[in-house]
Design a protein around this ligand. Structure first.
Ligand SMILES: *[C@@H]1O[C@H](CO)[C@@H](O)[C@H](O)[C@H]1NC(C)=O
Ligand SMILES: *[C@@H]1O[C@H](CO)[C@@H](O)[C@H](O)[C@H]1NC(C)=O
Ligand SMILES: *[C@@H]1O[C@H](CO)[C@@H](O)[C@H](O)[C@H]1NC(C)=O
Length: 297
């Protein structure tokens, strides 16, 4: 206990003293050194986020809660507050702008993803039904669905004869991710499905896909995806960027599964955990960018 308190006092005193010293010797504030000293990306934005969060200045702390339309204004206010002249530091303004878009965009993205997760798949909603049928057509272009309620759904890895029950937990988010992968990476998704339908090494394509949606969602929620988005989206991350990350997981999990050759789907937990840990390790690299890149042919 005492050591923790001492550590806290020591680090906060040391931090403010260092900030003061640097300000005196270089004539710049911490935020300015960060935004002018790094290239846009996780290194810069993570440091800026920490600096803004722990600032004693209300203008700086409140900038973290701004919405997209007001980012420009917040940048100007911070510059006024910190007495930074635009002509004396060109990089600062542009980089702080990117940092604020990324930091506030990440939080907004979480709420949008959460809304989709909470939206229940509803058979009475024609839009939901159309998405489901489109998923079938994209994955099974040569097989017609005999009826809406059918055992055929098992061929793309749903559990029962009506997929709607499988969306529990991840709601519409699970379906949208599956569809985004099939629509935007059609060849890859069919390849993954063919692996999933392997008689010995197979797994349930849709069920595992929904499970990977949960992985993507929990990584977003915990903040673990920040470095990935800060490096790969030079502005506010949007829903499509989240779906893109899901595509990476779906494709890479399949590669991992095929390489590991698990004895059976009964070992899913254990391999999911191993894969999850690999992804979390990648996400600790400040240069991380986990995007699905496919060879053009
Ligand atoms: C495929 O990607 C494009 C561009 O990112 C996006 O607009 C579209 O909605 C995606 N398809 C689906 C089904 O989400
Ligand atoms: C995903 O799989 C893990 C491990 O089997 C399980 O604990 C979790 O509840 C699953 N999540 C969903 C949404 O199916
Ligand atoms: C990240 O990338 C930069 C620039 O390419 C490089 O200098 C740095 O060493 C890399 N950091 C890590 C931890 O790999």
């Amino acid at each position: 206990m005492f050591r923790r308190i001492w550590h806290y006092i020591y680090t906060s005193l040391l931090r403010s003293w260092l900030k003061w010293l640097l300000r005196k010797t270089t004539g710049t504030c911490e935020l300015q050194r960060i935004c002018s000293g790094y290239k846009p990306g996780a290194m810069m934005t993570t440091k800026a986020e920490y600096s803004l969060q722990s600032s004693k200045n209300k203008v700086l702390r409140l900038a973290l809660e701004t919405n997209k339309e007001n980012v420009e204004k917040q940048v100007d206010e911070i510059m006024k507050e910190k007495e930074i002249k635009p002509h004396s530091d060109h990089l600062f303004k542009a980089n702080l702008h990117i940092c604020l878009l990324q930091i506030t965009g990440y939080n907004r993205l979480y709420f949008r993803v959460e809304d989709l997760r909470k939206e229940v798949f509803n058979s009475d909603n024609p839009k939901h039904e159309a998405m489901l049928l489109k998923l079938w057509d994209l994955l099974m272009p040569t097989v017609k669905l005999e009826s809406r309620i059918t055992k055929q759904w098992g061929d793309i890895g749903f559990q029962g004869d009506d997929p709607k029950t499988d969306f529990r937990g991840m709601g519409l988010l699970g379906l949208i991710n599956l569809l985004f992968f099939s629509e935007n990476y059609t060849a890859e998704s069919r390849q993954v499905l063919s692996h999933a339908n392997h008689p010995k090494l197979g797994y349930s394509y849709a069920i595992v896909g929904i499970n990977l949606t949960e992985m993507a969602y929990s990584l977003l929620k915990s903040g673990a995806l920040k470095p990935h988005f800060y490096n790969s989206v030079p502005g506010s991350p949007e829903l499509k960027d989240f779906h893109q990350f899901y595509c990476y997981l779906a494709y890479e999990f399949d590669k991992f599964w095929v390489a590991e050759e698990p004895e059976s789907i009964m070992h899913f937990n254990q391999y999911r955990e191993k894969f999850h840990n690999m992804v979390k390790t990648h996400l600790q690299d400040p240069n991380v960018s986990l995007t699905l890149t496919v060879a053009c042919n």
